[in-house]
Design a protein around this ligand. Sequence first.
Ligand code: SF4
Length: 92
Amino acid sequence: VRVEEKLYQNRYVVDAGRGHIKVAAHDKPSANLLAMINLCPAGCYALNENGKVEVATDGCFECGTCRVLCEPSGDLEWNYPRGGYGVLFKFG
Ligand code: SF4
């Protein structure tokens, strides 16, 4: 079974309007934020038309990569989703 097929079995409950990750306001994205575009395993990060990095938290695996890389530098704010929301992993 391919990884993508396994990941497809996960479910994600969107907490509308209350994304658990917020990118800090910036004129130019830092190297860390730019790196997240390629590092996030769920593909949550992207450049917008203004050249700024945006995060779409739907589908986030809560792996913590962006938290480790970007929270200490103040590039983003990271909290776990509220109870009942976020990723639901299917094991087995
Ligand atoms: Fe992507 Fe992991 Fe950050 Fe979620 S926690 S946005 S999956 S890098």
